[in-house]
Design a protein around this ligand. Structure first.
Ligand code: MTE
Length: 320
């Protein structure tokens, strides 16, 4: 005889149920092998910086994720990689107040006609923000679907009038080891630095985000501005940018410097090129379902129609 199942919310206060569910969801999303970063403590962390976000409006919303469910906001803002704020997935939300964003400026320079130092509001027109729903695939084989707010990166960069010597763009995160205690560890070279080829940076899908879920970015997601590169592994989407430089040579990147055989410059999502320590063929979508199954990873994270032509003629197993 079948017993009537009692759902856990019938016997548990809702707040406890929700927290427990979140822990379970995060755990299921990760798969048993990679639970190290997901302690109960971290998944239960409140998001202190949430109080410091403010509402943003956008001119419209475009779904670039095929109508898939959005990852719940609470997971997007509490399950993070931001090593400056700690190594565990729950650390960035817990340590959000380490990131000081008052008076933030971004220095733009290198091979361009109009360099300068800009307040965020002078770089990004907050009256013309777009909402874009993108899939973002972490190199650790989990992924999220997030409604970002921001502007196309290319539109922003063109204003500085890059010259013909601008073959690449380099981005740096703020360096502040007094406050960002993660920068006292030697796990990466600081500041966190990333780079794109200029045609990648100018591609219409490349995005500079200042918000998510209709609000300014919380610290743990890279306040006040961060890249979103939807066809590349998540580590290319550098957070809390203070410097943008147009350069002639391919720039160093933090992850490539730390493990060149594991993390290449391009870092395009590619199910047929394994990470040396794990396959990239499948991923766990963090979609808020307790039992979300693993799904096949798509070439260029599903954006091949738009971006494959950037890499024509390249051997992507060598230029990984
Ligand atoms: N940017 C900085 N400065 N430091 C970081 O540790 N982690 C990267 C990327 N940007 C990281 C960073 C990695 S590995 C991923 S998967 C994404 O941020 C995660 O973005 P999210 O926390 O908003 O989901």
């Amino acid at each position: 005889m079948m017993r009537k199942a009692i759902s856990s919310n019938e016997i548990t206060p809702e707040s406890v149920f929700l927290k427990r569910r979140q822990v379970l969801q995060a755990a299921m999303a990760l798969g048993a092998g990679s639970l190290v970063g997901c302690s109960v403590d971290s998944a239960e962390a409140d998001t202190p910086s949430a109080a410091t976000t403010r509402a943003l409006t956008s001119t419209g919303s475009t779904d670039f994720a095929g109508g898939e469910n959005w990852t719940p906001e609470k997971l997007v803002t509490s399950y993070n990689n931001f090593y400056e704020l700690g190594l565990d997935k729950g650390d960035p939300a817990k340590n959000a107040d380490w990131l000081k964003t008052d008076g933030w400026t971004v220095e733009v320079g290198g091979a361009c006609a109009k360099p300068g130092t800009f307040a965020v509001e002078d770089l990004v027109n907050f009256n013309a923000l777009e909402e874009r729903v993108y899939r973002l695939r972490c190199v650790e084989a989990w992924s999220m679907v997030v409604p970002w707010l921001g502007v196309p990166l290319g539109d922003m960069l063109k204003r500085f009038e890059p010259t013909s010597n601008a073959k690449y763009v380099r981005f740096d995160t703020v360096l502040d080891p007094d406050n960002l205690k993660g920068q006292r560890s030697s796990i990466l070279q600081w500041p966190y630095t990333e780079g794109l080829r200029i045609d990648e940076a100018m591609h219409p899908l490349s995005f500079m985000a200042v918000g998510l879920y209709g609000k300014t970015l919380p610290a743990q997601n890279g306040a006040p501005l961060r890249l979103v590169m939807p066809w590349k592994y998540g580590y290319k989407s550098i957070k809390s940018i203070v410097k943008i430089e147009f350069v002639e040579e391919q720039p160093d990147t933090s992850w490539n410097l730390s493990a060149p055989h594991e993390y290449g410059f391009y870092s395009n999502v590619n199910p047929s090129v394994s990470h040396p320590r794990w396959s990239q063929a499948r991923e766990r979508r963090i979609d808020g379902n307790v039992l979300s199954a693993k799904i096949d990873t798509q070439m260029f994270n599903g954006y091949a129609d738009e971006v494959a032509s950037l890499y024509t003629g390249m051997d992507l197993s060598k230029s990984f």
